[in-house]
Design a binder for this molecule. Structure first.
Ligand code: ADP
Ligand code: MG
Length: 514
């Protein structure tokens, strides 16, 4: 080989080494970036972990907070509001009743025809529409004008199939699913807004009275017979169908629960006397807090950016309003730490752009190449060509966030069961009457009514929740606990309660005293 040839060969070798070095270094860099993605995921998994031991700590914390909330106003982050509902419909109710359901994504107007013991619910009609965005932060006058107008149009469309005596005053149940301090079954003042609503002039006012005034103004001959929230409505429907129902849980835009508390427990705490054995307590559990909750930096950032920081911590880890946004925050962090999604896509920084149903659709994508995940990433964030392993990581993020949420609800439910002695641990109060001699740890059949799209439409969420309840309680006790989907509970329940508390029914005894 000549001198020139030798130099050429050396240069080629050097060039190939350089190229190889660049490739290796790129691969190392890309592996490092990928490792960062995996690191973010690992950290999320650890931060969200809910082993059964931790869930049991949350159960106990829930019980402690329930006691504290009942004992004194402001004694706990759980408000434990008395609803004054001390009787629930039992199937004897007759007549046509109306209900309004406001408190989440949709506003519903309902009419329910009750046929007494034999026919029970003979028919019902529901009309639903999304709440116009601008009304959520408008004035109470605008809000109630919208509600009354919608109801009036609904009533006017009644047609001939309903034989309603137009001269008779109709009874209406109002489901208003925000924290309300109840003054009676049919009146109560708004404590604060949640779930993105903020109509400041209504805070501190009697919500039922505002509605009543708006109805009268529109010339509607209707009486607001009960003011309840969605949990109480759901409990009423659950109990109407199955009188072993002792609690109700909502998992939709927000989350909350109510249950039947023994009056002696309330009397002990508050010196309050009623003439029956039980009263429904609205827990407002969305605001539950315990240091045992597995809270991550994403939850803290979401909270800090929300219109109600330091508020509704439990709800912000669980409900439909927030789950999609927690996932978005994790994906954003992954994008910032690596170039797995190219430059950080601007739309990934837009709060709430990823809704919970879209997140659920990615989570439940069963195609081998995750085509639905690709489509949603493209449509929502304008991100193209995420490699399969990246798409798999995103599905995993959805799984971690959803599983934590479902397991926290399970712990909350078992907390209620423990408080009323239905968790098989030979609890203190024993739920409703136990016959003398019955072993205290014998578990009675116990039904919890559940309403809301996360439970009814999101299969993975439902499976994780059911699984966790069984895990915490143990299979044997869990056999006695039935979680029942209760469709349309908030609205129909309010109509049933309007029947139970209607003026014609007040003196009658065809209701079940709790
Ligand atoms: P609301 O709470 O308004 O009364 P829903 O119980 O239907 O109504 O709950 C609506 C919430 O449930 C929305 O916040 C939405 O994000 C969530 N959601 C609706 N459908 C699904 C679904 N298929 N999977 C997961 N989440 C869903
Ligand atoms: Mg609802």
């Amino acid at each position: 080989m000549g001198k020139v040839g030798f130099c050429l060969a050396v240069s080629c070798a050097v060039a190939s080494c350089a190229i190889a070095a660049i490739l290796v270094s790129r691969r190392v860099k890309s592996r490092r970036k990928w490792n960062r993605v995996v690191g973010v995921l690992k950290e999320l998994e650890e931060g969200c972990s809910t082993p059964v031991g931790r869930l049991r700590q949350i159960v106990d914390a829930m019980v402690v907070e329930m006691h504290a909330g009942l004992a004194s106003e402001g004694g706990s982050k759980l408000k434990m509001l008395l609803t004054f509902i001390d009787k629930l419909p039992d199937g004897n109710e007759e007549g046509t009743y109306y209900a309004l359901d406001l408190g989440g994504t949709n506003f519903r107007v309902l009419r329910v025809q009750l046929g007494g013991k034999e026919s029970k619910i003979m028919g019902h009609k529901v009309e639903s529409q999304p709440i116009p965005q601008h009304l959520m932060t408008s004035t109470s006058e605008d809000l109630f004008d919208f509600i009354a107008s919608t109801l009036k149009e609904f009533v006017e469309r009644e047609g001939d199939d309903y034989t309603v005596q137009l001269d008779r005053r109709r009874e209406l149940g109002f489901t208003f699913s925000f924290p309300v301090k109840q003054l009676s079954v049919s009146s109560g003042v708004l404590i604060k807004w949640t779930k993105g609503f903020s109509i400041e002039d209504l805070v501190g006012k009697d919500v039922a009275e505002c509605l009543q005034q708006a109805l009268t103004k529109k010339g509607l001959h209707m009486r607001v017979a009960v003011l309840v929230n969605d949990t109480v409505g759901t409990l009423a429907v659950g109990h109407y169908d199955d009188d072993d129902t002792v609690a109700a849980v909502i998992i939709g835009t927000g989350t909350n629960a109510c249950y039947v508390e023994q009056t002696d427990a309330i009397i002990k705490c508050q010196g309050l006397l009623t003439n029956s054995g039980g009263m429904v307590v609205n827990m407002e559990w969305g605001n539950f807090w315990s240091s045992h909750l597995p809270r991550t930096s994403y939850d803290m950032d979401l909270d800090a950016d929300s219109p109600n920081p330091n508020d509704q911590a439990f709800e912000k880890m669980i409900s439909g309003m927030y789950l999609g946004d927690i996932v978005r925050r994790v994906i954003l962090r992954m994008a910032q730490e690596s170039d797995i999604l190219g430059d950080v896509p601007p739309r990934l920084t837009v709060p709430f752009i990823l809704s919970t149903p879209l997140m659920a659709a990615m989570h439940e994508d069963e195609s081998s190449d995750l085509t639905e995940v690709s489509r949603i990433l493209k449509d929502t964030f304008e991100i193209d060509d995420v490699p399969l392993k990246g798409r798999k990581v995103i599905v995993r993020v959805c799984d971690v966030v959803t599983r934590r949420a479902a397991r926290l609800v399970a712990a909350g439910i078992v907390g209620i069961l423990k408080k009323i002695g239905r968790d098989g641990s030979g609890g203190v109060t024993g739920g409703r009457s136990k016959s003398i001699g019955e072993p205290s740890n014998k578990v009675r059949r116990t039904v919890v009514a559940i309403e809301g799209s996360l439970y009814s439409s999101y299969n993975m969420f439902r499976e994780y929740l059911n699984e966790a309840v069984a895990e915490i309680l143990g299979e044997e006790v869990a056999q006695h606990v039935v979680l029942k989907v209760t469709e349309d509970g908030p609205g129909i329940g309010a109509a049933l309660l309007a029947a139970a508390y209607s003026s014609s029914n007040v003196a009658s005894d065809n209701v079940t005293l709790l």
